[in-house]
Structures are given as C-alpha cells and as structure tokens.
Design a protein around this ligand. Structure first.
Ligand code: PHE
Length: 456
C-alpha cells in the first residue's frame, strides 16, 4: 500500500512512503473509522443518552463538524508529509505563525495512546466472544444467561488481561512489521462482509416484533431529555467514530498522493461510517426491547443483545463466530490508526526502527490499559469524576481531548493557513472549497466551543 516511488512534482514526500492509490487511502481511513465505535460504542452511548434527540445531534455533529475536521486533517497531513507533531510545527512556521502548533500533535499522540489503552480491552472482549460463540456458549441462552456470561467474563481480571494482551500483541505485530498491506486487503472484504451480516441481523430484528419500538427510540427526539452533557457526548462520539481530532487521519494524509480528491474521499468515509453506526442501532434497540433489557445498560449492551439473537437463530453459532471475527478485524484496523502518530513520531524524531518504536508505544499502552481492565472487576468500586478509571479515560479522550484537538485543527486550517495553501490542497476555490472554509472557520470551531463551554 505504501510505495516509495511517489512523484510529487517537487513537493515534499513522506519518509514512510505513499499510498499506492486513492482506493488504498480510502480503505485505510475506512478501516480506521469503522470499528468498535460504530458497533459497540454508538448503541450504548445512544442508549445512555435517551436515543432520538441524541442521535440527531450526533448526525449534525458528524456532518457539520466531523467532516470538515477530517478534511482539515487530511490537507494538513498531506501538506506537511511528516508525523502530526512535526507537521503541525513545520506548517505553523511556514504559514507565518509559530512552531508551537506542534503541541496540537502532542495532544493527539497522547489521545491516541489513551484511547487505545481501553479500546484494546474492549477489543479483547470481542476476541473472547469469538471463542464463546464458536464453542456454542450462547446457543439457546436466555437473557439472564447471556448477561451472566458477560458479567462473569468481565469480572475475571485474569481473562480480561489475557485477551487485552492478545489484542495488543496482534496490533504491535502488524504495526511493527509494517504489513498494513495485508490489512488493507482485509478491509476490502471485511467492511462489506460486516455489512452483510448486519443486514442478516437487521432481518432478525425486523421480525422480533419490536422493530417499531427500536426505530422510535433511535429517531423520535424527546428534546426535554437532552442535556448539554449529552450534546457533548454526541460531539465526542462523532469525533471518536470518525477517528478525527487526534492526528490519525493527519498521519494517513501524509501518505496521500497529490492528485487525490480530499473532499471525495472524506465524504465516502463519513457516509460509510455513519451508515454502519445507524445499522448497528437499528439491529440492537429492537432486540433490547424484545428481551426486556435496559437501553441505558452501558458498555455491555452489544455483548448482551447480539449473543441473545444469535443464540436463537438457525446457524447462530456460525453467524455469531463470523460476526465477532469481523468485529475483531474492524477493531484491529482502527487500532493501527491510534498508534500511527506516536510510532511515526518516534521513528522520525528519535530515529528508532519501526519495530522498536511500536514495541515501546505498544508496551506503554498495554500497561495503561490495565487500569481499564480492572475497572470492570477488582477496581469497579473505585469511582471519581466521571466514574470508574475506564469511564474517566473515555470521558477525557472522547469528550475533551478529541474536540479540543478538532477545534485547534480547524482553527489552524481555517485561520492560520493562508487561502492559497488550503485551496491548493483541496483542489481549487469553487463552491465545495467555500463550504469547507465556512465550516472550518466558523461553524465547526464555534460549535465545538459552545458545546465544550456549556457542558463543562
Ligand atoms: N474510529 C474508531 C472506531 O470507531 C476509533 C478510533 C478513534 C480509531 C480515533 C482511530 C482514531 O472504532
């Protein structure tokens, strides 16, 4: 996927090579965007925030704020062609501002490390559910049994540590060897296959007798339930699911060939990502109501509803196994984006090999992740600020660090960079460019600020 014979007509080239095609870039960014955020996090956050109104705010945040931030990240990344820290510093100087913009990159690297620390724990749950599915643990299980399986598993810190370790090991392995090429192929079949299985589940959900209740919950807004806290959660989820605000997309943009359209690629990714999240919601909420579960159940929601449905389905053992395998892949390709800024920075700045850099970063992330492992068992009673250790890391990254990063990135792209630079990257100064600039200069930063100020 990364070829080293890029011809950029005298412009900067990336040390790490370039994507071989526009498709390679779209696949990598889609792989990063589509993950646990869509299937695990979106439904449980929507459930906790009362559905309807939250979902609408989320959609507005995705298109009005998330998408312009994504385009800003790609264009900054491609212009700088370095890791996010170096790129922000370099362009800051080049555009006549200051090298201190590099701190935006630092914030992103930290956010990536923190997010992956708990992302890996949840991805570990998914790995464990592959085994549980394959061995038929869910076959014919009742709602009480499925819940008990979940509680028993997450309550055992040794099993959760083991699966967290396996997932981090897989991530380190791929990033260290730089064999993303294989994963690019995986994304090519994984996203369509995941979609297909979700449609099978959707069929099941439609027949559950509670489809209308699910749709109602997801799309009928009850505005009185909407607080600034849930608006912030919607904004945070928009950033999280699109992988923006922390430099992952900036790092990928650094490897993007000159001629590729940033607007077109970003739109494709945003639409695919949003579609999968909506589908997940439409599958899960009817099942929640059909089984008398609580939509505000939290992080266990998907791990309780889906096995229940699979358990009652003909061929459920196979479907369920394949589903959790696909979800593991989706989490894996997202994890790569989360470490890429840190790894690229260590390689460029300290002249480490890719393998050394990955092992150092990955080891640190694994260690920090133990805090989230223990949040569901040994330390489940340790609560402060937003809740358990896991809750706090999640709140700090999704609701504060990513929006703050996005705010600074849009201000940089919209105000610090001169018009010529951004128009050059976005391919002209036509209507699309004007729309992006309007969003990046005004709507996105002001929107983020208003939400942050009111919620905190
Ligand atoms: N977007 C990914 C998901 O939805 C998570 C992620 C966030 C990946 C930030 C990379 C960077 O699962």
């Amino acid at each position: 996927m990364l070829s080293h014979q890029a011809n950029d007509g005298g412009k900067r080239t990336s040390l790490h090579g370039h994507w071989s095609s526009r498709m390679a870039f779209i696949l990598a960014v889609t792989g990063s965007a589509v993950g646990l955020g869509n299937v695990w996090k979106f439904p449980y956050i929507a459930g906790q925030n009362g559905g309807g109104a939250f979902v609408l705010v989320y959609l507005v945040c995705v298109f009005v704020i998330g998408m312009p931030v994504m385009m800003s990240e790609v264009l900054i990344g491609r212009r700088g062609r370095r890791n996010p820290i170096a790129t922000m510093g370099l362009l800051g100087e080049e555009e006549g501002s200051s090298r201190q913009w590099q701190w935006v990159g630092v914030l992103g690297v930290l956010a990536g490390i923190l997010i992956l620390s708990y992302y890996s724990v949840i991805a570990g749950w998914v790995l464990a559910y592959v085994v549980k599915s394959a061995t038929g643990e869910f076959a014919g299980a009742s709602s009480g049994q499925v819940t008990a399986i979940f509680t028993r598993f997450t309550g055992d810190w040794r099993l959760v540590t083991l699966s967290h370790t396996i997932f981090m090991g897989l991530t380190i392995f791929v990033v260290a060897r730089g064999v993303e090429r294989g994963l690019e192929q995986a994304v090519r079949f994984m996203v369509p296959a995941l979609l297909l299985l979700m449609f099978v589940l959707l069929g099941y959900s439609i027949n559950s007798g509670y489809f209308a209740d699910g749709v109602n919950f997801l799309f009928t807004p009850s505005w009185d339930k909407l607080t600034w806290g849930s608006v912030l959660a919607a904004l945070g989820q928009a950033f999280f699911t699109l992988s923006v605000g922390m430099g992952a997309i900036m790092a990928y943009g650094a490897y993007l060939p000159e001629e590729t359209s940033i607007t077109g690629s970003s739109a494709a990714v945003v639409v695919a990502d949003t579609g999968i999240a909506m589908l997940a919601g439409l599958v899960i909420f009817p099942l929640v109501f059909a089984n008398g579960l609580n939509p505000a159940d939290g992080p266990g929601l998907v791990f309780e509803t889906l096995p229940l449905a699979f358990g009652k389905m003909a061929g459920g053992v196979v479907f369920s196994t394949v589903f959790f395998v696909l979800l593991s892949f989706a989490a894996w390709t997202s994890a790569l984006g989360l470490v890429e800024p840190a790894v690229a920075w260590l390689v460029e700045h300290f002249h480490k090999t890719r393998a050394q850099a990955t092992v150092v970063v990955g080891g640190m992330i694994w260690l920090v992740g133990l805090g989230s492992v223990l949040s569901f068992n040994v330390l489940s009673d340790v609560k402060f600020l937003a809740g358990t250790i896991f809750d706090n890391v999640d709140y700090l990254t999704s609701n504060i660090m990513l929006p703050a990063g996005g705010l600074l990135i849009t201000i940089f792209a919209g105000w610090v960079m001169c018009r010529n630079s951004s128009a050059d990257e976005l391919g002209g100064s036509g209507g699309l460019y004007k729309t992006w600039r309007l969003l990046a200069r005004f709507l996105a930063p002001i929107g983020i600020l208003i939400i942050l100020v009111n919620a905190i």
